[in-house]
Write a protein that binds this ligand. Sequence first.
Ligand SMILES: Cc1cc2nc3c(=O)[nH]c(=O)nc-3n(C[C@H](O)[C@H](O)[C@H](O)COP(=O)(O)O)c2cc1C
Length: 360
Amino acid sequence: MTDCTTVLNVEAFEAEAARSLPKVAYDYYRSGAWGEHTLAENIAAWQRLWLRPRCMVDVSGRDTGITLLGQRLPAPLLLAPTAMHQMAHADGEVATARAAGACGVPMVLSSLSTCTVEAVAQATSAPLWMQIYISQDRGFTRALAQRAQAAGCKALMVTVDTPVWGVRERDIHNGFRVPDGMRMANLERPGMPTGHSGSGIGAALGWTIDASLTWKDLDMLRAAVNIPVLVKGVLRGDDAVKAIEHGAAGVVVSNHGGRQLDGAVAPATALPEVVQKVAGRVPVLVDGGIRRGTDILRALALGATAVQVGRPVLWGLAAAGQPGVERVLRLLMEEFSLAMALAGCSRVSEITSDLIHAKP
Ligand SMILES: Cc1cc2nc3c(=O)[nH]c(=O)nc-3n(C[C@H](O)[C@H](O)[C@H](O)COP(=O)(O)O)c2cc1C
């Protein structure tokens, strides 16, 4: 589409993306694991949290900004790592990064990206972080982490909810495979097969994850770099505590957008326990099902430091490339600012748990 300024919300962007993407690609992006119950619950759980707005508060001078790992951000919002942006748009992650830079919103680059971390780092002026899967080839993982650091990434985010790939039946049904000519740009090893050979993502990229992963592998990754390492994919307070004991600089409450264990609890439901156990020691991020500024408000009221969005970015990219991603990010930030005003908050620190209506 040429003009995306008339698209009013993330849901409408998904409808545009569904129109513009081949079915195989749209299904790859939208699908969840097995019965997709967790996928649906991710959105529904935010919507069940009703708000208790404060009234008669001066909200004329609002500040939506936060400080995260020493960096001032325009809003408590980041781009979650999502794979293979070239399936949505020819410019891939470079287009996404330009949009993130234009909005000042940090981007977490997936290690399954179709553009190199160096090219993406050049494309954005906002902070770039990189997501890492600890692969069966630990030497490769260490080298990739160091490569990301050398490219200018300000943090790493290690994904811990993927000892094996979740099963997405739409992809099996569609015979999904990494499209010909598309590179797994950061995963190429001399003399080894790359992502685009093989019949499906699991077969081609099996070596990039490892079922024997434990917390000591986090120690290994931390020792390889001197930038902060956050842990993504925690749904329990005790796991968040272990992550901190092993030096995590932050935790991300996430069920991988419903793409791993179907039946896993929604992030909105898991968040309070994690926040309580973390007790302010490190930032707590959350992702999964954030589609409105009101969801960002809810997440912060439950104690999150910031949220990440995955699919909304892909819908913007598929619908309109870089301007589409920019529009999605600006819509979410504008909605968040208005939601703060309507809830009687002029600063992020005023978004407190009493804004959430207690369950009967
Ligand atoms: C198409 C797609 C690809 C993803 N790829 C990755 C990935 O490579 N690494 C990762 O840690 N998470 C990945 N995720 C999970 C996201 O980082 C994030 O947890 C999730 O998308 C958040 O849910 P949302 O899409 O409802 O915002 C992916 C999600 C989607 C939808």
